[in-house]
Design a protein around this ligand. Structure first.
Ligand SMILES: Nc1nc2c(c(=O)[nH]1)N[C@H]1C(S)=C(S)[C@@H](COP(=O)(O)OP(=O)(O)OC[C@H]3O[C@@H](n4cnc5c(=O)[nH]c(N)nc54)[C@H](O)[C@@H]3O)O[C@H]1N2
Ligand SMILES: Nc1nc2c(c(=O)[nH]1)N[C@H]1C(S)=C(S)[C@@H](COP(=O)(O)OP(=O)(O)OC[C@H]3O[C@@H](n4cnc5c(=O)[nH]c(N)nc54)[C@H](O)[C@@H]3O)O[C@H]1N2
Ligand code: SF4
Ligand SMILES: [Mo]
Length: 874
């Protein structure tokens, strides 16, 4: 295929969150790409959040894995693929099909995912393919299947705009699904939608909330059980077509309101809002799913919608928002160990036979395979002897991450397919396979509202990288299944998947896109975003509004839920650590970490902790905390804030061995799972916290690479070079030597030393230009990061060692508006000096918040803080 740079923009889909925004990508022919929102894509209608808008900064070849490697040495594709096929074939021959496993990802395209699932479940003959969606959506899948008889998301995004009340449960929509949040915020501004946030933490999403319920951690099932009891008490109509009403009600009525940690008044306000209008949408995400009672929480929510018939009709329904760009596609192809394909059931012999016949498969998996946590246990104890990890970084993101990393390191044969050369997981592989990334590959993804969109190729592959589906198909062919894996184009894979969905549809599956079974390359290339199903029987729309479900008797099912408190805390680990995401980074930062603007919002791993806890533990703001659990240890920057409640601190999941080795929070998280879904309780780790007694703190910038060697460090990329936060318990004997080793520089630095105050400042200059600088102090280094960082890109830098901005150059502080580079200090100053009172006014004054809008909640918070200050002063 020839590529035509600098012609009409390519219509594609964002590779980050499950909103699935349409993107216009215009390559300039010189390696640069201009990114814009696609005005005609139904998910975003031209909007993009800051991560989408910064996609152009992440497309360089820096850090990419450019050729296959065997044992750390570059190898040819033939060598690598032969080795993978041989080792898998031999392991299966000797130890049976269940001695191998695939651990894959909701960031694969549907075509990649389809091929992986077909190879494992139909040809290798094992169910041992599971995915990071186990950590993400498994509880929703289980809840949907229990209630509806199928894993179906009933509603559409527009329901959030048509609703009168939108409840966000365990969802920080403002940061994690920003464009959907903006659609909600716009609807609220236009028609007064009431918004409720149910989250133990006061998140950016609370900016538009009429009510924030900071419930006790894990108490969601109790809250929705109480709502169900209230629904009954107010004798609202229960749907005729629902089973299990009585048992669910009995369990609900037995729920003790004290479990929620909320006041009667808060509960009453919530009930009045939820019951005051039919048009209610309950959006939920990881605060619900990632729990040891995740599936029950989901069903407690679904029960309330089933009980009131508020489902699958405009402006009403439960809405599980998916995290990854193709979490939904993975579910559709059957990528979870306990599913078959096209929403068919692996335990159902008729379903298995139908799929086997369709694939002409020699050996079908006959039972569910190992779910993620169990899979890595099997790797640990040697039951799985060959493992292929594709498009995910489990050495960072699995609970008990240190143990998982050790298990991978101890496995006989590990293959990793990734775009990047250096990740915590690629480091453990015997064979590394370079995958094409976003912009280089062609395929489809399904977003949270069941909309299938094309990702399109507009760049040549980096080095020798190949598409994941092609790599998998090559291995399938080399394992001996030539015909079954003999596609030439992703359109052929998609067509096969669509044809199989027709077989599934005939067996009663909701997922049926058989209209597309005959699709050719040209039609595939021109494919417009569409909602599934897409078949002779029905196209798009909502599910279950007609009262017909996918259960054997066609009736919906309410599930009796007895709320379980989260596992009690051990006295030695008295804090319950909550974990999650920040606004501008994506998971393990292999891509967002390449963007300077995305790295300025929050540049290092942190622990949000309540002032009362901080005072008790003697933790000063900006100091470091040592957090331990029975599974591991982390060192995190202390952020004292009443956004979190006492006893319930929060830490983000993004930092890794590459960016901050002691900031990996999954080292702390236990592998406890929900018994129904197998999803780990990632939001609830028992930990101990104490001050990390650093002898010295450092801040450094450098134009080149740095090799930090100290107890704590965190790296963030800058427009030129990088910045580093450092700390240690032992002071190096010679700071000049230390700095030379850190920066890999030989020359003589300029140095200022104040022994009495323990301050060291040194800088390496070359031709009058700053190469690197290190600032050391006995307390956390207080100086303007943005100013020092800017000096790397400027001539001179004479006031460098002062570390303070010149009078003419105010410090921007932490970046709030990443689009226009506007920091917290500028916004606060403008609010104070110009008397600004609205987000719009700040936008007019500074442009902040007027492009992607991701930072509008934070500007709102600054406005509130400013108004509180003024009120206090008056
Ligand atoms: N910026 C950004 N966006 C992303 C991602 C990213 O990495 N970065 N990742 C994507 C992915 S894969 C996913 S899955 C989604 C996740 O999207 P979200 O689920 O919205 O994000 P999280 O921050 O994981 O967790 C949501 C909230 O759950 C709350 N919570 C914790 N415990 C409880 C509880 O017991 N009950 C309730 N009600 N709430 C609780 C936390 O305080 C947190 O605010 O985001 C997607 N979008
Ligand atoms: N404590 C805690 N842990 C969590 C969570 C939490 O909230 N708290 N959330 C969980 C959730 S919901 C999720 S989804 C997971 C996410 O966790 P992971 O999936 O492990 O994280 P990513 O960084 O997205 O990893 C994707 C990898 O695939 C590579 N990659 C990108 N594109 C491609 C491609 O096209 N092909 C291939 N082969 N590789 C590619 C990237 O370079 C990267 O190494 O984390 C889970 N872990
Ligand atoms: S909301 Fe942001 S991250 Fe999510 S799909 Fe849209 S642009 Fe991408
Ligand atoms: Mo996720």
């Amino acid at each position: 295929m020839t590529l035509h740079p600098a012609i009409a923009p390519m219509r594609t889909t964002c590779p980050y969150c499950g909103v699935g925004c349409g993107v216009l990508a215009s390559p300039d022919g010189r390696g640069g790409v201009t990114i814009a929102g696609d005005p005609v894509h139904p998910a975003n209608k031209g909007r993009l959040c800051v991560k989408g808008a910064a996609l152009g900064e992440t497309l360089g070849h820096q850090g990419r894995l450019l050729a296959p490697q065997i044992g750390g040495q570059t190898a040819s594709w033939d060598q690598a693929l032969d080795l993978v096929a041989t080792r898998f074939r031999d392991t299966i021959a000797r130890h049976g099909p269940d001695s191998v496993g695939f651990y894959v990802s909701g960031q694969l395209l549907t075509e990649d995912y389809y091929v992986a699932n077909k190879l494992m479940k139909g040809f290798i003959g094992s169910g041992n393919i599971d995915t990071n969606s186990r950590l993400c959506m498994a509880s929703s899948v289980a809840g949907h299947r229990r209630a509806f008889g199928s894993d179906t998301v009933p509603g559409l995004y527009e329901d959030l705009e048509l609703a009168e009340v939108v409840v966000l449960v365990g969802s920080n929509l403002a940061w994690c699904h920003p464009v959907l949040f903006q659609r909600l915020a716009a609807a609220r501004a236009a028609r007064g939608t009431r918004v409720v946030v149910v989250d133990p933490r006061r998140t950016a999403s609370c900016d538009i909330a009429d009510l924030h319920l900071a419930l006790a951690p894990g108490a969601d099932a109790a809250l929705f059980n109480l709502l169900l009891a209230e629904i009954h008490a107010r004798s609202l109509d229960c749907g005729e077509n629902i089973d299990g009403v009585e048992v669910a009600l009995a369990a609900a009525r037995a729920t003790d309101p004290a479990q929620t940690g909320l006041t009667r008044a808060e509960l009453a306000q919530f009930f009045d809002l939820w019951l005051g209008s039919d048009k209610v949408v309950t959006v939920y995400s990881q605060g619900v799913n990632q729990s040891d009672s995740g599936a029950d929480k989901v069903n407690a929510i679904l029960n309330c919608h089933l009980a009131t018939g508020r489902i699958g009709r405009p402006g009403m329904g439960p809405f599980s928002v998916t995290g990854q760009p193709n979490a939904m596609g993975g579910r559709e192809v059957g990528g979870l160990a306990n599913m078959l394909a096209c929403h068919l059931e692996i335990e159902n012999p008729a379903h298995r036979t139908a799929v086997q016949n369709f694939w002409n498969a020699p050996r079908m998996a006959e039972r569910p395979g190992l779910k993620a946590m169990d899979m890595f246990r099997a790797v640990e104890d040697g039951r799985i002897k060959a493992l292929w990890i594709i498009c995910t970084n489990p050495a960072v993101t699995m609970p008990e991450a240190d143990r998982v990393a050790r298990a991978i390191a101890g496995c006989d044969f590990v293959v990793v397919s990734d775009m990047m050369a250096q990740t915590d997981t690629t480091r453990l592989a015997h064979v590394l396979l370079p995958a094409t990334g976003w912009g280089e590959k062609d395929g489809t993804v399904t977003n949270s509202e069941r909309r299938i969109s094309r990702q399109r190729r507009f760049l040549p592959p980096a080095g020798q990288a190949r598409d994941d589906w092609r790599i998998l198909a090559e291995v399938g062919r080399r394992m001996g299944w030539r015909d079954a894996f003999d596609w030439q184009h992703p359109a052929e894979v998609f067509a096969e998947h669509a044809a199989l969905s027709g077989v599934a549809g005939a067996l009663g599956s909701d997922f049926d896109i058989s209209d597309l079974a005959g699709i050719g390359v040209a039609e595939y290339d021109a494919l417009q975003p569409f909602l599934w199903p897409q078949s002779a029987a029905r196209c798009g729309g909502r599910f279950f509004g007609d009262g017909r479900f996918h259960t054997p008797n066609g009736r919906g099912r309410m599930v009796a839920v007895t709320p379980r408190a989260p596992q009690a805390l051990d006295a030695a680990y008295p804090f319950r650590l909550n974990t999650g995401r920040v606004r501008d980074h994506w998971h393990t930062m292999t891509r967002t970490g390449l963007s300077p603007r995305l790295s300025r919002h929050l540049a290092e791993p942190f622990l949000e902790i309540h002032p009362a806890d901080a005072a008790r533990l003697d933790l000063a703001p900006a100091s470091l905390a040592e957090v331990t659990s029975p599974h591991g240890r982390a060192i995190l920057r202390v952020l004292v804030t009443d956004r979190v409640t006492p006893g319930h601190p929060f830490a983000p999941m993004h930092w890794t061995g590459e960016t901050a080795p002691s900031g990996r929070v999954d080292a702390l998280v236990p592998g406890r799972v929900d018994p129904v879904s197998g999803q780990p309780a990632l939001k609830s780790a028992g930990v101990a916290i104490r001050s990390f007694a650093a002898r010295w703190f450092g801040f450094a910038v450098c134009a080149g690479a740095a090799r930090p060697d100290c107890d704590y460090w965190a790296k963030a990329v800058l427009p030129r070079g990088q910045q580093l936060e450092l700390a240690g318990q032992e002071e190096p004997g010679d700071w000049t030597e230390y700095a030379r080793a850190l920066f890999g520089l030989k020359g003589e630095p300029l140095m200022i030393r104040d022994r009495a105050r323990g301050l060291v400042r040194l800088a390496f200059l070359q031709d009058g230009r700053l190469q690197a600088a290190l600032f050391v102090a006995p307390e956390p280094v207080a100086l303007s990061r943005s100013h020092v960082a800017a000096l790397l890109t400027e001539e001179g830098g004479l006031d460098l060692l002062s570390g303070r901005p010149g009078a003419d150059r105010p410090d921007e502080g932490a970046l709030v508006c990443a689009c226009f580079g506007i920091g917290v200090n500028s916004i606060a100053r403008a609010i104070a000096t110009q008397g600004l009172t609205s987000v719009e006014a700040v936008g007019r004054a500074l442009r902040a918040g007027t492009n992607c809008g991701s930072c509008r909640p934070e500007i709102g918070a600054l406005l509130q803080a400013g108004m509180a200050c003024r009120a206090a002063a008056e």
